[in-house]
Design a protein around this ligand. Sequence first.
Ligand code: PGA
Length: 249
Amino acid sequence: MRQKIIAGNWKMNGTVPWTEELIRELLASNSNNERVKVVVCPPFTSLYVAAKLLEGSHIALGAQDMSQHESGAYTGEVAADMLLTVGVKYVILGHSERRQYHAEDDKLVNAKAKAALSAGLTPIICVGETIEQREAGQTEKIVGAQVDGTLAGLSANLITKSVLAYEPVWAIGTGKTATPEMAQAVHKFIRQRVAKVDSQAAETLPILYGGSVKPGNAHDLLTQPDIDGALVGGASLKATDFVGIINAV
Ligand code: PGA
């Protein structure tokens, strides 16, 4: 059985007081579903306070990005070690917004994934095609290259310690979700692609879907055989919506 994961990507939302409030709400509500690992990924400035509140709870902490470097003269960057000291366990890497606004490519994401894994963090590596690429029939070509590029050089053992997230760019924050069948087809394709490296690692690798996941569409997405959870943006900012998605597993 693959680990099911529901991860909330808060993006650039949440001051410290706002973080405290949302986490208190999550802990006070029905957010503990034994079938699923719950992760929240607040902005860097909220990680410390979030970690304090989440200590000993069922909710794990993730960051939204990290540097591929260990330390040094990299102004504005945050290293894996720093994330570990505040209790972070997961880190989102290669999100399409990082790719779009910060020119991150597969090679950089691959270097970050290697740095995360060697520090003992679980990377949530994001892939996904744009609407132009989908309409041009290039979804498998693009996503396949992203999977190959971001996982390049990782042993089967390290792949089993990673998480992938398929997030079609056109579905992120747009209210347009891939249909469960469309998403399942790409998830299956991704798993087959990973199986070319190692079939057992491909079987155990959690592949999350992301892009306008809401309580109302979560069940149909999450019951697809190759969809192992969700990476949730907008709906993770409201406790009732996020809890609804957690309980759709
Ligand atoms: P969304 O974002 O749920 O708001 O579409 C998902 C993501 O970007 O991870």
